[in-house]
Ligand binder design. Structure first.
Ligand code: ZN
Length: 102
């Protein structure tokens, strides 16, 4: 199915983006943008595990400890705060408790 294929390609692109980020940030961003375009064209939402892995503003692939700070709200408010260290953008990603435990 087209959607399955799209998801697969998005996964691959994100892997690549994360890997090349260290050497070439522009290329990494291009991979992220490409993945977003694929999602749009296939009309799928970004997979849950990827939704927090890129900056909504500068499209950098985010890796905690390298170019991002992830703060999980401790009192179960249901979201994490991602801080992109490339452009300083802060955004929230809602999470569901059950799936976030592990
Ligand atoms: Zn950013």
């Amino acid at each position: 199915m087209l959607r399955e294929l799209a998801r697969e390609r998005i996964d691959i692109l994100f892997d690549l983006a994360t890997k090349v980020y260290r050497y070439n940030r522009d290329l990494a961003r291009r991979y992220v943008i490409l993945a977003l375009k694929i999602a749009m064209r296939a009309r799928i939402r970004m997979p849950r595990h990827i939704r927090w892995r890129y900056c909504k503003k500068c499209f950098s692939p985010l890796t905690p400890g390298i170019n991002a700070v992830v703060r999980i709200k401790p009192k179960g408010e249901g979201y994490v705060i991602i801080h992109c260290l490339d452009c300083g953008h802060l955004f929230r990603i809602p999470i569901k408790r059950k799936e976030s435990e592990k």
